[in-house]
Design a protein around this ligand. Sequence first.
Ligand SMILES: Nc1nc2[nH]cnc2c(=O)[nH]1
Length: 159
Amino acid sequence: MTFSPRDCELMQQALDACEQGIHHGQSPFGALIERDDQVLVATHNHVRAQSDPTAHAEVCAIRHACGHLNTIHLESATIYSTTEPCPMCFTAIHWARIRRIVFGASIADAARFGFNELPVSDSQLKQLGQSPVMVEGGCLADRAIDLFQRWHDRGGQPY
Ligand SMILES: Nc1nc2[nH]cnc2c(=O)[nH]1
């Protein structure tokens, strides 16, 4: 799959948010939501910071964007996830009616670093649920995997 320069720029911002999270002792996941050429939010996983197993980067991004805009739907938005959204996050994306998912590393990559992932890909979920969301994977994946490695090398604990 090929990605536009804008996709790569926004994914890099999601990777920067991920890196900030790692710097603050969080797990190596970042997400950014864009709509109408505007970045609504760029954030990282807060599972450990908030002692909340559902505080994945994508869920945090959706909560922030919807809260800020006082809405429950983000119809024309794209979410950039440094790692493929897990089934919980895919479902949250569905509920938020986000139009498109762009991700970097895969769920299988996160599992290789010890995360207790359900081995179900977003394309499988899309097919199973007949979801209209567009799913495009592999954007700057090598950089996302690099961040997993750096997090691992500084003693990161998967969950
Ligand atoms: N995509 C994604 N996968 C995860 N697996 C564990 N935490 C996360 C997260 O925040 N985002």
